[in-house]
Write a protein that binds this ligand. Structure first.
Ligand code: PLP
Length: 407
């Protein structure tokens, strides 16, 4: 393969037909929605859809409690309120994540502390987490990235030893399993997102799971202004600060129909990505995602890295060449580690009063592995509808570009 055969340089594209997609929402969602409307109430505490969704999600994960909310962000916020995170507490988390992991920490007046990542699983390094622990540390939010699980047993052990809460951010990992256990059940609370871009969706929504009855009660209150909806509690007497993060029956109805499609969505993604990994193995200059022993990822994205020296080209050029071949690939994911966001570096979280995080020094270089990941990573969009042809064309496109640059 020569440079002139690359689509980037006018050659023919490896991917000639569009990637297969299917309609996300259909008759199942409509049926649930219609039933929800016919109840005559869209309030979760009076209807059946949200309750059913919570019951089925808890059952699916083998836990006694699931509590819905309005988003993945709201779920993490409810989890932090439930475990009692308060101003000046420190919460250790990942430098590669969504703002939805961080804004709840900041709204509690707490301070995010960033531990470094494993270079090829892209998840928290337990030894780096442990090195971040101080007398102010109260919790770890383990971000299970792109469908892959953190080293959860190691994080659990650290939390038990230091008496910290372990919260799992599972927004990208519906359906992932860790040593046979559903994701989100090793932590004290697991938090999931139903936003439009996740494995299953109701437009926007979230759900949390726990085994702990006290946490379950506090999670419920944390999503509903700390108002109790128990029939035996008639007076409104909020005993802590909580927002309105209530899921409506409309969201619950759609999420319920989507939940029943989850197994099929996950198994198709797994089959496609496992085959992709098999066929890309051994290509020079390409670092495939590493899956730890006992982890069954659910593949939200497929993240690879470019070994620029071995590939003989920089990540941006390599990504452009793949895009020119017609592959759904982007470079650098979120671009920079979250601690480089202006709200941290400019100390501008709040408008004219300091936030506790303003006294911390956030700067480039804090987490070298995470920064290297972002500098050289490629994200391949994955969809459960992708076919064998989509797979063959993807492999051919990647092989073609790798061979042009490495031969
Ligand atoms: C999507 C996402 C969130 C936030 O979920 P929303 O439903 O968009 O609020 C949080 N954490 C991670 C890792 C995510 O990918």
């Amino acid at each position: 393969m020569t440079h002139s055969q690359l689509a980037l340089n006018g050659g023919s594209k490896a991917k000639q037909t569009p990637y297969t997609r299917e309609k996300r929402y259909g008759a199942e969602e409509l049926k649930e929605l219609q039933e929800a409307l016919e109840q005559g109430t869209l309030f979760y505490a009076h209807g059946t859809k949200v309750k059913q969704l919570e019951a089925e999600f808890a059952e699916k994960n083998g836990v006694p409690y699931a509590v819905t909310c309005t988003s993945g962000t709201a779920g993490i916020h409810a989890a932090l309120i439930a475990v009692g995170i308060s101003p000046n507490d420190e919460v250790i988390t990942s430098p590669i994540t969504d703002m939805g992991t961080l804004s709840p920490i900041l709204y509690q007046g707490a301070v995010p502390i960033f531990a470094d990542l494993h270079p090829h699983t892209y998840t928290l390094l337990p030894e780096s987490v442990e090195a971040c622990i101080t007398s102010r540390t109260k919790a770890i939010i383990a971000v299970n990235l792109a469908g892959n699980a953190c080293d959860l047993d190691a994080l659990r052990e650290i939390c038990d030893r230091h008496k910290l809460w372990l919260i799992e951010d599972c927004a990208q990992t519906f359906g992932c399993r860790y040593k046979g256990r559903p994701i989100g059940t090793t932590g004290d609370i697991g938090c999931f997102s139903f936003n439009e871009f996740k494995h299953i969706s109701c437009g926007d929504g979230g759900i949390t799971i726990t085994r702990n009855p006290e946490l379950a009660e506090r999670l419920r209150l944390s999503t509903d202004k700390a108002y109790s909806r128990r029939p035996d509690v008639l007076e409104r007497r909020p005993i802590f600060l909580a927002n309105n993060y209530r899921m409506t029956e409309l969201q619950g109805a759609v999420a319920l129909a989507q939940l029943r499609k989850l197994d099929s969505i996950i198994s198709r993604r797994q089959a496609w990505c496992n085959e992709l990994t098999k066929r890309l193995k051994g290509l020079p200059g390409l670092c495939l995602p590493e899956i730890a022993e006992g982890v069954e990822p659910s593949w939200w994205f497929y993240i690879m890295r470019v070994d620029e020296e071995r590939m003989g080209v920089d990540t941006d050029t390599f990504a452009k060449a793949l895009q020119a071949e017609g592959l759904p690939i982007g470079a650098h994911y979120i671009g920079k580690c979250v601690y480089e966001y202006p709200l941290f570096t400019n100390k501008s979280a709040f408008d004219h009063a300091p936030h506790p995080c303003d006294t911390y020094d956030y700067h480039a270089g804090m987490c070298p592995n995470a920064e290297a990941i972002l500098n050289t990573c490629l994200l391949l969009t994955v969809n459960e509808a992708y076919t064998q042809t989509d797979l063959d064309d993807t492999v051919e496109g990647i092989r073609k570009v790798v061979s042009a640059y490495t031969e």
